[in-house]
Write a protein that binds this ligand. Sequence first.
Ligand SMILES: NC(=O)c1ccc[n+]([C@@H]2O[C@H](COP(=O)([O-])OP(=O)(O)OC[C@H]3O[C@@H](n4cnc5c(N)ncnc54)[C@H](OP(=O)(O)O)[C@@H]3O)[C@@H](O)[C@H]2O)c1
Length: 447
Amino acid sequence: MKTPTIETERLLLRPLVFEDCYEAFERWTSDPDVARYMRYNAHKSVEETKEWLSTVDEESDTAYDFAICVKAEGNYLCGSCGVYFSKRSNVWNVGYNLAKDHWRQGYGTEVMTALVNFLKNDLKVTAIEGMFANENVVSGHVMKKCGFETVGQIEDYKFDGVTKHDCELLRINVKGEKKKFKLSNGIEIEPIGYGTYLAEEGSIKKAVNAGYRYFDTASFYKNEEMIGKELKDSGLKREDLFIASKIWPTEFGYKEAFEAFERSINKLQTDYLDLYLLHWPREKGDSQWKSHLCQTWKAVCELYNAGKIKAIGVSNFLPHHMKVLEENFEILPMVNQLELHIGYMQNYAVDYCRERNIHIQAWSPLGRGRIKENPFIVKMAEKYMVTPEKLMLRFLNQQDISIIPKSNNEERMKANLDIYDFTIDEFDMSLLLSLPQLGFSDEHPDL
Ligand SMILES: NC(=O)c1ccc[n+]([C@@H]2O[C@H](COP(=O)([O-])OP(=O)(O)OC[C@H]3O[C@@H](n4cnc5c(N)ncnc54)[C@H](OP(=O)(O)O)[C@@H]3O)[C@@H](O)[C@H]2O)c1
């Protein structure tokens, strides 16, 4: 992208060019007070300024350098500013400098605001970094006014390559918005639920304390009784909870499905479910799986029509399983819960469901611990200053996929709900979505 011209209330930011060298030298590059916090020393001759400006690349995609001009003074050149992609942190950085006779007029804030907006709106950047020397309080004040927050300290940083400064490191992270997802029948579901497979006794109480209201269980998990009891003990009203359970393929069949549902709701101490899923499309080796699937779905649809279940869906269904339901029923699943995480995104199944307005939910959103040490994920998490787990959950959530991470630890339960204070940018989403396969559980509906 070519460096653009940006107009603010009082200033014009235009591409900085080699021909600016004489004015730049006279007004700020030769001034030691200005250069003190810059990446160059005060220039001793215009030749040094020329050398500095000869490095400006107007067509660069990783650095944009602007001249700062005051409109009311006939576009008087009073400083320079820029944004550049830092190899150190893998994040875009901002900086500016102004001629001394233009200090204290609020131009710094006007420039910084324009640069932040340029990064956010034009370059679609979601993490911006900046730094100032602790003694340069004005610069720190300007950055904080523009939305930067302190994230760390750097000792002995040399802006000019010589003088050491203790610096504050700042960030702007574009935040996300926590929103419920709407199913095809209008029912709203939380974007983050609590997954209960292998959840220990007492974990439901902890999850309620941490803020979870959505609980994902299954007859197969053998914990519906525990969940029912702990939810009852929580004192929360039934209508404030979202309870999802699943029928296991050995329970498939028309009459059998009613019985399985009854067993689940009795154990869960409830008279209805918010969501009921067919856990897998078939029992392995079942030669009549299509007919068993249809008998089961028929019963589940009847329970749905009777108001015993608010929404119905499936899990681990690939398009060829989904087609069996499509060919035989009017009511299609509202949810498909699939193994989904960085490195295993099942695009074919996900796209197929999306085309039919079937909500996608991710099981093992953390890859059950199998991918957290992958160097690519670790590096990307460092870039956004988050844990690999937080990156994994936000990655799914940004694709409108609901998630049901499981933890037995209350701090980690809370952390898994707190994923909205940063946003993975489009570029990094594309990188993450294009990784080779990682961390597959080896659980497949047909194999
Ligand atoms: N439909 C299906 O076929 C199917 C299959 C599998 C699972 N599921 C559902 O999906 C839920 C989640 O999947 P999952 O349990 O397989 O795996 P997961 O949620 O991807 O990972 C759980 C593992 O990650 C750890 N963990 C959780 N939060 C963490 C954090 N913030 N930092 C570090 N480690 C963290 C947990 O350990 P700690 O407990 O020690 O924190 C646990 O070992 C299940 O509980 C279940 O409800 C459905």
